[in-house]
Structures are given as C-alpha cells and as structure tokens.
Ligand binder design. Structure first.
Ligand code: PMP
Length: 301
C-alpha cells in the first residue's frame, strides 16, 4: 500500500511535515545501506493508544547501532519520548512506528568516519502484514555469521530479506523461510519462526542467524505461562513438513500461522490449536484486555 503522505515525522529533534522529511541523495546511507531501525506497533486500547514493548525496541535499536559503531546522539529515554510524541502528533489510535538511525550527509566512501548519525521516526497505519499463509523454503540462505551480524536490525540486511521475499512471491507463496549457513531453519524475510510438535514449541536459537525478535520473546513468555515447553534448538528443514503447527512471529506479522510449506500441508492445513491460543492471548495483552503485569505497554497520554 502506498503511503498517504500525510502527518508529521520526527527528524533530529524536530517535528516536520511528511513531505518535508527529506535527506540528501549523497547521504552515506543511500549508497552503503548504513542504517539501523526498528518496527514497533502501537495498539488501540480502551485506555488510549499503547505502544507495545517500547523499551525493548529502543534497546535493540541502540544495540544495532553499537554493533555498527554508530553513536546515536540521543539517550534511549529521549528516543522513547520522541516515539510517544510522534504518535501523539499524528493523533494515531493505532499505528506502526518506524524509528531509523542512519549515516547522513558528509562524504562518500566505505569509511563512514565523520558522517553524522541522523535519526527519524515515522508512523503510519499498517494492518495485517501476511495475507497468505503459505511459505516456501528459500533458495537464498540467511546471512552467515562473519558476513553481516544478524542480531543487528540494519538496513543492509534487508537486501537479503528482499531476495527471500521476492522469490517467494514470484512463486506464489506468501513468505520465504531461509536456512542458515549450516542448512538449519533460520527465519522468514521479516519474521521469526516456531514449530509446534507434541505440544512443545521449538524455535531456532540466536546462532541460527536470526534477529532476536521481540515477538519471539513475547511468545516464549506467553507459552511458558501456558505451561507449554519451549525449546530453542536447530531445526532441520524436514522438521517443518512434519510439524503439527508452524507459525511466524514479528511486530508486523504478529503471530501468523503457516498452513503450507513448499505445498506440503502442515498438520491439518489450517491454523493450529496452539497457534490460535497464543494469538488470542497475544491480542488480549497488546490491547490491554488482560492485565499488563509485565509492563509491556506504554500508554500514549
Ligand atoms: N526477523 C527479521 C529478519 C525481522 O525483520 C523481524 C521483524 N523485525 C523479526 C525477525 C521479528 O522481530 P520482532 O518480533 O522484534 O518484530
């Protein structure tokens, strides 16, 4: 869906009109993919909009920046505040939030030393991310250790994600599942993955070149509360086909069932019972229908 092109964007401490939120084409990020970013959701609740796990997202943004030796010229607290202000300024009841820190305009050349670290925060309405519950195992592998750090949510990683996504779409699937450098299941182009087998949840470990997903962590927490066993271990490709259930997790995708992989029916070919239970609990938490005992919600007042 193209942007509506309306609203306000926070840029380096100032609130600017959407149309004015521009950068120079000779900025370092345009040429070398030197950005780190976050994707956060703000949900509508009966106590007003609530940002889900704001602190954890901002912390991951700063960790991504640290990995790339980028000094964000704000504190985490200032970025949290700026995110809240941006949601407020756009009078959003619910929205997707995109903070991005990037190497700006100074000079070009691979050595980024001296480029300013600019920060922007945009918000927009983003509904259901994955409409199609089918997936394929990608012929593109996830970025290997010692090539690009998968734990950093950096712009350049999404060139790999785009190849995975475009290949899946061109073959009529909703999403691609990438294997890691050792042939084990890694993650989707923008989601972590879980399989359900004999009432236990299994998900790849950090070592499988995954982004440490905040929704992944949420699901692990909820599942443990529901007395489900959660195992983080390497998953061979064929375990996908014989799983009882498979689902993706992500801020955009939330909890999205995968009903078919490489045209093989997973379980009964419908969203599974445990996936649906996790989805129900997730929705209740993010919309404040259940108590926020873990302090995952930041209300926009
Ligand atoms: N893996 C990748 C590659 C992603 O882009 C995302 C989305 N941020 C995820 C996993 C899921 O992370 P999260 O639950 O924090 O959104």
């Amino acid at each position: 869906m193209p942007f509506e092109g309306k609203g306000k964007i926070w840029m380096n401490g100032r609130m600017v009109e959407w149309a004015e939120a521009k950068i120079h084409v000779m900025s370092h990020v345009v040429h070398y993919g030197s950005s780190v970013f976050e994707g956060i959701r703000c949900y509508k609740t009966n106590q007003g909009p609530a940002v889900f796990r704001l602190k954890e997202h901002t912390e991951r943004l700063f960790n991504s920046a640290k990995i790339y030796r980028m000094e964000i010229p704000y504190t985490e607290e200032q970025i949290n505040q700026a995110i809240i202000e941006t949601v407020k300024a756009n009078q959003m009841e619910e929205c997707y939030i995109r903070p991005v820190a990037y190497r700006g305009y100074d000079h070009l050349g691979v050595d980024p030393t001296g480029t300013p670290i600019d920060v922007a925060i945009g918000v927009w309405k983003w509904g259901k991310y994955l409409q199609n519950s089918t997936a394929c195992v990608s012929s593109w592998m996830r970025i290997a250790p010692n090539t690009m750090p998968a734990m950093a949510k950096c712009g350049a990683n999404y060139m790999n994600s785009q190849l995975i996504k475009l290949e899946a779409l061109s073959h009529g699937y909703g999403e691609g599942i990438a294997l890691d450098a050792y042939g084990y299941v890694s993650e989707g182009s923008g989601e972590n993955i879980f399989i359900v087998r004999d009432k236990a949840l299994i998900t790849p470990p950090y070592a499988a070149s995954i982004l440490p997903g905040i929704t992944r962590n949420t699901v692990i927490t909820i599942a443990q509360e529901m007395n489900l066993k959660v195992i983080e271990e390497n998953i061979p490709r064929e375990a996908l086909y014989v799983a009882d259930e498979v689902f993706f997790t992500g801020t955009a995708a939330e909890i999205s069932p995968i009903t078919h992989i490489d045209k093989v029916k997973i379980g009964c070919g419908e969203p599974g019972r445990i996936t649906r239970q996790l989805q129900e609990r997730f929705v209740k938490i993010v919309t404040a229908q259940d108590s926020d005992k873990l302090h995952w919600l930041t209300f926009v007042k």
